[in-house]
Design a protein around this ligand. Structure first.
Ligand SMILES: Nc1ncnc2c1ncn2[C@@H]1O[C@H](COP(=O)(O)OP(=O)(O)OP(=O)(O)O)[C@@H](O)[C@H]1O
Ligand SMILES: [Mg+2]
Length: 345
């Protein structure tokens, strides 16, 4: 998604103008999700993309916002979020000084100071009919998000009492909200408020299927689909093992493939550099603390087997070579054993 930003002339809030990005991949499953999301939004409802990390929720939110074609404002939820971060707050004063010299011998000076109110993103979006993307909204506490209930249900944004000039604003008919959340996050997440959940349509986003993962990884790395396929399969099988602390996602495949493309690495087990990159990227999905040296070595061995299986040296060999012995890394040592810190015996 390319998102040129501009400050709208009215409030100084930066709005995004999401445009379909060249690298955006639309498989049938992606089309199905965006079609439904658009249908709900066009029918006047708000949409919530819910799914584990790295499943493409934020990308889908931006893409759907681009299809809606309205200026977009984006907020990311966090523990520190308070209602004033969403709607706005008092921000300094407007001073007015009137000097009255109607009678030249008498000067009357009248000074007033009004509290100045500054809109924040939700208020601007409601006022102007923009699209609001509220990324990771369940990271914010329920109290901060309560203001959304009136917006979604009554079409009214109630402003805090100290903004006496304007107690509430009527939500613009083109205002729409797109939420994302990760129900698997364990730190700093608040249950999606039931009341809020009742007013939005939730679409569950799953890990990309193989076709989508290959297409996205190729698009984001610049490698061909044939080149990324074995690496995607390697990451997917690692994901299936469950032997990690943090799920290897689509981003893991993209990461390895981008390094392979950037460094022009031969992506086979015969290249110790490739093996080490895989071990670094895949190994970082496991925490170091609380694991014995033996357990860490065990996991490294499992990863090496997966790399050997999905990215065999043979794949790059000329058809005439025919021998099954592993290619060595130039010093006669087995690259798998080198990466594992062993002696190849
Ligand atoms: N349809 C797609 N086309 C192109 N790239 C995609 C697509 N879907 C996902 N991606 C890429 O996959 C990666 C993960 O996507 P994204 O950040 O949207 O996931 P997420 O579910 O929001 O993750 P998190 O929960 O960690 O925020 C990004 O690099 C994104 O650009
Ligand atoms: Mg995201």
């Amino acid at each position: 998604m390319s998102i040129p930003a501009n400050a709208d002339g009215l409030s100084g809030i930066t709005t995004l103008t999401p445009q379909a990005r060249r690298g955006f991949v639309e498989t049938e499953s992606v089309k199905s999700v965006t079609r439904r999301a658009l249908a709900y939004l066009n029918s006047g409802f708000s949409v919530h993309f819910r799914g584990p990390a790295g499943t493409g929720k934020t990308t889908l939110a931006l893409h759907t916002a681009a299809l809606l074609g309205r200026p977009t404002v984006m907020i990311t939820g966090d523990e520190e979020m308070v209602t004033s971060n969403l709607v706005g707050s008092q921000h300094g004063y407007n001073y007015r000084k009137v000097v009255d010299r109607f009678i030249h011998t008498v000067t009357k000076v009248e000074e007033t100071a009004d509290k100045r109110w500054a809109d924040h993103r939700l208020t601007t979006a409601c006022r102007e009919g923009y699209t609001l993307i509220y990324d990771e909204f369940t990271r914010s506490r329920a109290e901060a998000n309560n203001v959304l209930l009136g917006v979604l249900e009554e079409g009214l944004l109630v402003l805090p009492a100290h903004n006496q000039n304007e107690p509430y604003i009527k939500v613009h008919p083109e205002f729409r909200a797109i939420f994302t959340s990760n129900p698997q996050e364990y730190a700093g997440v608040h249950e999606a408020q039931d009341a809020l959940g009742d007013r939005i349509v939730t679409i569950d986003v799953q890990h990309a299927n193989r076709e989508l993962e290959i297409a996205v990884t190729a698009a984001r790395s610049g490698l061909s689909k044939a080149q990324v396929a074995p690496i995607v399969d390697l990451v997917r099988e690692f994901r299936d093992t469950g032997e990690y602390d943090q799920t290897p996602t689509l981003r893991t495949s993209i990461m390895i493939c981008r390094v392979v493309a950037q460094e022009k690495i031969s992506p086979t087990v015969a290249d110790p550099y490739f093996v080490q990159v895989c071990l670094d990227v895949l190994g970082s999905k496991s925490v170091f603390a609380g694991k014995t040296k033996g357990e860490r070595l065990q996991q490294q061995k499992m990863l090496l087997k997966l790399i050997e299986h999905h990215c065999p040296a043979e794949a790059r060999r000329p058809a005439t070579a025919g021998k099954t012995a592993r290619r060595t890394n130039g010093n006669g040592r087995d690259p798998v054993a080198v990466a594992a810190g062993g002696d190849g015996a």
